[in-house]
Design a protein around this ligand. Structure first.
Ligand SMILES: N[C@@H]1[C@@H](O)[C@H](O)[C@@H](COP(=O)(O)O)O[C@@H]1O
Length: 260
């Protein structure tokens, strides 16, 4: 696992956007997995700036990581709408370039299986952007999710619902109890995983992800199993890493041709 410690959100956004631009240069119809939440927004902003500067993303495809169950179609906080607004519209991608699970389906089990098929038929995810929950979740794989799990319905922890209530007018009762999420096994099939975290509030989750034991209790620690996982964090989120100096020295001496 590579850990890159950057000075702030803007630097984080530019670094990851550059990695996406490089991918698109090599594979114009790449499938980019996008996370929601506030952490990845600087990446989408930096990517939009590259597009405004001439980066051709006309064939880029994007896919969702997870979705709330039961929000009415078009609800502004459904992840489909969030990705449409923050990524698809911002980058000017065609609507058809966008894949996601159906959180409003009558048969959720079938919707989860269908999304697994859609991802496989699309050729798999090339680069998956991930945030991390304060409890170490990735996607909506809450603690003690199977490390081999596939896309399925999950029940949110109280902590995650409290964390996400800010998107629902701070009204906890509006935050759904259930979600669909790519499983940890599904996420691990992406060719490159890029996990982002900023701020002191994520420091513990980052330390457990990077330096803790591989454990279902910390779903993000599953990145330790992946052959190409990159963790990009600011100083505050890196503040509990024992090996922070080593990670900084390694990155400082990294050959430029390697990219992320
Ligand atoms: N399902 C999403 C995750 O994909 C995201 O990583 C997490 C952290 O969000 P934030 O980046 O806003 O802290 O929030 C939600 O739970």
């Amino acid at each position: 696992m590579e850990v890159v410690i950057v000075k702030d959100k803007a630097a984080q956004g530019e670094l990851v956007a550059a990695a996406v631009a490089r991918l698109v240069g090599e594979k114009p119809d790449a499938l980019l997995g996008v996370a929601t939440g506030s952490t990845p927004l600087p990446v989408y902003e930096a990517l939009a700036a590259l597009v405004a500067g001439g980066l051709d993303v006309s064939r880029l495809r994007v896919c969702q990581l997870d979705e709330y169950v039961g929000l009415p179609a078009g609800h502004p906080e459904s992840y489909r709408e969030v990705v449409r607004k923050e990524v698809v519209q911002r980058l000017g991608l065609p609507a058809g370039s966008f894949l996601g699970p159906d959180g409003g389906a009558g048969d959720i089990v079938a919707a989860c299986a269908a999304y697994e098929r859609v991802l496989a038929e699309a050729g798999g995810v090339d680069l998956q952007i991930l945030g991390v929950g304060t409890d170490g979740h990735i996607g909506f794989n809450e603690p003690c999710s199977s490390l081999a799990s596939r896309t399925r319905i999950k029940t949110l922890t109280e902590q995650t619902r409290v964390d996400n209530a800010r998107f629902f007018g701070d009204d906890l009762s509006q935050v759904p109890q259930h979600v669909i999420t790519q499983g940890i096994g599904t996420i691990l099939e992406a060719r490159h995983l890029v996990l982002l975290a900023t701020g002191e509030g994520k420091a513990e989750a980052v330390a457990a992800t990077v330096e803790g034991p591989l454990s279902a209790l910390v779903p993000a620690s599953a990145l330790q199993l992946h052959p190409h996982a990159t963790v990009v964090v600011d100083e505050a989120a890196a503040s509990r890493l024992k090996l922070a100096s080593y990670f900084k020295a390694t990155y400082a001496h990294k050959p430029a041709w390697q990219g992320l």
